[in-house]
Design a binder for this molecule. Structure first.
Ligand code: MF3
Ligand code: CO
Ligand code: CO
Length: 269
């Protein structure tokens, strides 16, 4: 595979297939955007309870962004009209906020991307609604651990295949499966950029990681089979076998000696 890298400062602000290597100014911008989206995901936890409509969650995100001088990146993105994605139970990702209420025992992913001074902070977490069954709780734990094991291998010289392998081997060891149809992505001043970050793969394959790369890791892990389909609304992705699905997402940067996570919860900073 031929991989082209380019100093981000010299690159056109579009996806031209070359992987941007960002400098300190970008890392500072991502730090600020990432912290704000993490604060938003910390705060939205108080909104999640049985009976609350998912559009109330979305309204909270919109108002949080507005009150902090940020823009939700999804608003108007490719025709998407909400400030968040809210994906319940067997919804894998891109659930559209609606009047549908959360109910006791649901597990829900809330995915928020905020633009701060032009930089995109993209993160998502799982939330349990009321009393959650043990199988669902375990899926959320396995998915979070999958994300963190993927991130743990990020350093210059490692490859995207190393990252995907770390996620896949752990998730499958826990009798869960990795969704293949969606992946992480480069980001920065752009929302979705190269490279694609697959959440499965083989050691040594894929793209070599270099200092200055900025991307998301956002594994979707299912209790059943990995297959998904997209509903007629053009967005909502669900598991084909209707098994439960979970996802966590962080925005990260590759540093000289490892990595930096921009979207850590305040309690982990
Ligand atoms: N935030 C999602 C991601 O992690 C993308 C959502 S795009 C939308 O990349 F249009 F569905 F909102
Ligand atoms: Co993302
Ligand atoms: Co996201």
């Amino acid at each position: 595979m031929i991989t082209d890298y380019i100093e981000a400062a010299a690159a056109p602000q579009k996806n031209d297939g070359r992987i941007k290597l960002h400098g300190p100014e970008a890392f500072a911008g991502m730090h600020k955007a990432g912290a704000l989206v993490a604060d938003c995901l910390d705060a939205v936890g108080d909104v999640v309870r049985p009976g609350v409509a998912t559009e109330a969650v979305d309204r909270f995100v919109y108002e949080f962004a507005r009150d902090h001088g940020a823009m939700p990146a999804t608003l108007g993105y490719k025709g998407y009209a909400k400030s968040s994605c809210v994906s319940i139970n067997h919804v894998v990702c891109h659930g559209i906020p609606s009047e549908k209420p959360l109910k006791d025992g649901d597990i829900v992913n809330i995915d928020v991307t905020l633009i701060v001074d032009g930089w995109h902070g993209d993160s998502s977490r799982m939330y349990g609604v009321g009393n959650v069954k043990r199988a669902a709780e375990r899926l959320m734990e396995v998915t979070h651990e999958s994300l963190m094991r993927g991130i743990a291998v990020i350093r210059p010289g490692a490859t995207t295949g190393d990252l995907g392998h770390a996620i896949q081997s752990y998730a499958e060891s826990q009798r869960c499966s990795v969704v293949r149809d969606f992946c992480g992505h480069g980001l920065g001043r752009l929302f979705h950029d190269v490279p694609n970050i697959l959440h499965y793969g083989n050691p040594g394959e894929g793209v070599e990681l270099k200092p200055g790369m900025i991307f998301t890791v956002e594994p979707m892990i299912n209790l059943g089979r990995p297959g998904v389909k997209v509903l007629a609304d053009g967005w909502t992705a669900v598991t084909r076998d209707r098994s439960l699905s979970a996802q966590f997402e962080h925005s990260v940067g590759v540093t000289e000696d490892g990595h930096e996570i921009f979207t850590l919860p305040r309690a982990e900073r």
